[in-house]
Design a protein around this ligand. Structure first.
Ligand SMILES: Cc1cc2nc3c(=O)[nH]c(=O)nc-3n(C[C@H](O)[C@H](O)[C@H](O)COP(=O)(O)O)c2cc1C
Length: 225
C-alpha cells in the first residue's frame, strides 16, 4: 500500500509553537525538513485545520522544540491530540519562554523561525521558514515518527485517556529534575575556554562579529550551560 511505503520516510517529532494575541499556542508536528543551508531554510507542513497554522499565517513567526526520545508521553498527547482552539496547552505543560517564543524545556534543540514563503494545498499549508536562531542543543536521541508508531503511541494514548478521565496532568511532567539547571539559570559559556558571558547586553543581541574576550572564538562557539 502506498501509505505504508511512505512510512519509510521517518522524521522526528517536534512541538511547533506560535504566539497568538495574548497566549501561546502549539501543535505536534512531524512534517519538518531542512531544505537549504544558504540561507538555512526549513519546510514545516501544517494541517489546514490546525489553529497553530492559523496563528503562523497571521504572524509569520514560530518556533520548534525538538523532542527527545524520553519525552513524557503526555507532552505528545497534549500537543498532538487536542487543539489550541479549545485548550490552553501551555497551561497543561509548562513551557519555557525565551525572547517571545515558547519551548518544551527538555527539548534537544530550540529553533526560531521566520516564514519567508507559503504554499497552500487542499490538506496542508507548507511554510518555508528561515532559521533565525538554533540553540540549547543536546546530543541525545530524538523521538522519531517511527518510534512513535512502533512503540510510543500506546503510551501517548494511555496518558491522554488518563487525563481525560481524571482531568489531571501527570505530576512528574512539570517538575524540574533534581540538580538540573533551568534555562534561567543557564549562562552562555564558551565551549573552547569556559568563559561565562555575564554582560548587560543580552547575548543574542551581541553583534555577529563579537568574540570571546578570553580566547577570541566567535559567538557560534558559545552554548547555554
Ligand atoms: C504523531 C503526530 C504527528 C503529527 N504531525 C503533524 C504535522 O506534521 N503537521 C500538522 O499540522 N499536524 C500534525 N499532527 C496533528 C496535530 O498535532 C494536531 O492536529 C493538533 O491537535 C493541532 O493542534 P492546534 O489546532 O492547536 O494547532 C500530528 C499529530 C501526531 C499525533
Amino acid at each position: 500500500m502506498q501509505q505504508d511505503a511512505l512510512f519509510a520516510i521517518s522524521n522526528g517529532l517536534y512541538v511547533l509553537s506560535a504566539k497568538d494575541q495574548n497566549r501561546y499556542v502549539g501543535s505536534l508536528v512531524d512534517a519538518v525538513s531542512q531544505v537549504a543551508i544558504q540561507p538555512n531554510l526549513l519546510v514545516v507542513s501544517c494541517m489546514n485545520n490546525s489553529y497553530t497554522k492559523e496563528v503562523i499565517l497571521k504572524t509569520g513567526e514560530c518556533a520548534l522544540s525538538v523532542l527527545p526520545a524520553d519525552v513524557n508521553p503526555f507532552v505528545v498527547a497534549n500537543f498532538g491530540f487536542q487543539s489550541s482552539k479549545t485548550v490552553d496547552k501551555w497551561k497543561l505543560v509548562r513551557g519555557l519562554e525565551i525572547n517571545g517564543n515558547m519551548y518544551i524545556p527538555q527539548s534537544l534543540a530550540k529553533i526560531v523561525l521566520k516564514v519567508t514563503d507559503k504554499h497552500i494545498y487542499k490538506s496542508h499549508t507548507l511554510f518555508i521558514a528561515e532559521v533565525k536562531e538554533a540553540f540549547d542543543y543536546r546530543n541525545d536521541e530524538p523521538l522519531t515518527y517511527k518510534m512513535y508508531r512502533d512503540e510510543f503511541k500506546n503510551k501517548v494514548m494511555e496518558a491522554f485517556e488518563r487525563y481525560r478521565k481524571t482531568g489531571q496532568v501527570p505530576s512528574e511532567i512539570n517538575n524540574q529534575p533534581k540538580g538540573e539547571k533551568t534555562m534561567e539559570e543557564k549562562k552562555w559559556t564558551c565551549i573552547v575556554c569556559g568563559y561565562v558571558y555575564d554582560g548587560d547586553v543580552p547575548f543574542e543581541d551581541l553583534p555577529e562579529d563579537w568574540v570571546c574576550p578570553l580566547c577570541g572564538v566567535g559567538k557560534d562557539q558559545f552554548e547555554l550551560r
